[in-house]
Design a binder for this molecule. Sequence first.
Ligand SMILES: [Zn+2]
Length: 482
Amino acid sequence: MTPPEPSSVCSVELGEPEPDPSSVCSVELGDPEPSSVCSVELVVGEPSSVENAGDVEDDPEIVSGKISTKNPFASFGDSDTRSILSDDEKKLLMAIHPIQPDSKTGVEIKLPFDKERVYTQGPGGNKRMWLSYCANRRRLFCWLCHAFGDTKSHYATVGWGDDAKWKARHCYKSIEKHELSVEHLAAVKAYLHFSERRSVLQVLNTKSLSLRAKQVADNREVVLRIINIVLFLAKQGIAFRGDKNEAAYTLHSSCNHGNFLEEVKSRAIFDPVLKAHLDKAIGMSQARHDAHSTSRGRGSLITFLSKNTFVNILEIITSMVLDKIREEVEENGGKFSFSMDGCQDISVKEQIATVLRYVNENGPVERFIDITALTSTSSEAMLNHAIKTLSDVVIMGNLTGFSFDGAGNMAGVKTGLQARLKEMVPDSIFQHCYSHVLNLALEKACNCILPSVAFFDLMRETATTISESYKRTDIWTNTQHM
Ligand SMILES: [Zn+2]
């Protein structure tokens, strides 16, 4: 262990003249710091025996707040209120304490206690680095609790000891009691955290910080590309996922990994950033898979290739689009109406679409804002769904009208969705959707003219006959192009 150079004992942060090292500390207990790293705070000295010894008067004095190398007990008050110390003051305290005077300096100091029993934890035990003794005040102090604790104990404030106590020789028990107290142990923890934080920050400031900055920059480049792929798939209405082979460690194989991962793989061929990231993700995933072959998922690996990544990106895009619509509605008075209708999709789920309608400077506009699969289409469920969907974008009190098809759950005058909405916003108007109305009108009209019934029957049967056979469909297609 190399003792610090004298110059390293002074604190750059304190900006004070260098002290004589012997007045600060003589031997470093912690890991040696490089001499270029000047830090008082990492050096907890051997007990100093110089207090009031009269041989430091020519040394330059380091001062921080009330505390100085010549008056190390200045911050310990006269009452039991504890003053909060700044980081610089704490560092100075750490540098100059503990102060444990004895007779080695050649100046006779009469101690009211047995220094072996007070300064150490019993014969041959550890030195009590937290304990300082002020010969002027004839009191014992815990500089650790003073700097880092949250206690009103006399050790941390006015100091322990008076003539009666010294006479009764209570000090040994009292010191042991303080040493084991919850408050003191908490202060020790805080001190360690403070020292560690400073050393960690010093390390981070050099290599780790720049390494981390590079990682962040690299990840941003990757995420930009992933966002681009998500936008492409979403715009084209292409399914993102396949039904298997989505784990990163499977990506080196040529099987189908679903559109999203296939798009990533495809772009990586010409994009070195994406290629490097993909190779790294496959490697990490493979290593993890080999180590925990029974576990599923990516665990703590962040690859930006999971479904969570594109789901999150899609949610963010949704929220940005809705924000834009909300702004436009607000800018134009906030009034709105909406349409809502459902349709079964190919997997036989009822998909409910919601379209918002409002007026901007160019006239009426319609915005498709939501499509959700609902398991119940009762008027109550539809009302809850409408409120939930619309409340993200508009204020329900500004509702002026709504239009649905003529189904009972939607258009019913007593408990249909339109009746429930009118109850909520009495001035609003229900309009039976014109397209649905036209459809109904045409259907009824056609059904009461016999030749038209026969014509539409023939049309339907012809369509069925042709579409049932690829040969007939082929002839039909070619005939159209003639
Ligand atoms: Zn303490």
